[in-house]
Design a protein. Structure first.
Length: 95
C-alpha cells in the first residue's frame, strides 16, 4: 500500500512539473497599423518567428515575434483590422 501512495505522489509531482513548463503568453503589437497577416491558431512557432505583420507607413512590417518555441493558442485580431501599439494580438502556449 505504501508503494501505491508513493507512486501516486510521484505521478502528481510529474504532472505538476510538466504544467509548470507550459505557459500561455500574450504578445502585444510593437507597431500600430492595419493587420496584414497573423499566424493561425494551432500553428507551432519557434523563437523569432513573425506572429503578426502590420501595414505601417513604411509598408508591411513584423509587429510581433515569438520569444520562444510554442503553439499559437488564440488569435485576438483579424486581418484588415487596425491595431494600436501595445494591443494584445496573439496568445502562445510556450514550452
Amino acid at each position: 500500500m505504501k508503494w501505491l501512495r508513493t507512486l501516486m505522489v510521484s505521478a502528481t509531482l510529474c504532472m505538476s512539473a510538466a504544467a509548470a513548463f507550459a505557459a500561455d503568453v500574450s504578445y502585444p503589437s510593437v507597431l500600430g497599423g492595419t493587420v496584414v497577416s497573423i499566424t493561425p491558431a494551432g500553428t507551432a512557432v519557434k523563437q523569432g518567428d513573425v506572429l503578426l505583420t502590420v501595414d505601417s507607413l513604411a509598408g508591411p512590417m513584423p509587429a510581433a515575434r515569438a520569444a520562444s518555441d510554442g503553439v499559437v493558442k488564440q488569435v485576438l485580431v483579424a486581418p484588415g483590422t487596425a491595431v494600436k501599439r501595445g494591443t494584445a494580438v496573439i496568445i502562445v502556449e510556450e514550452k
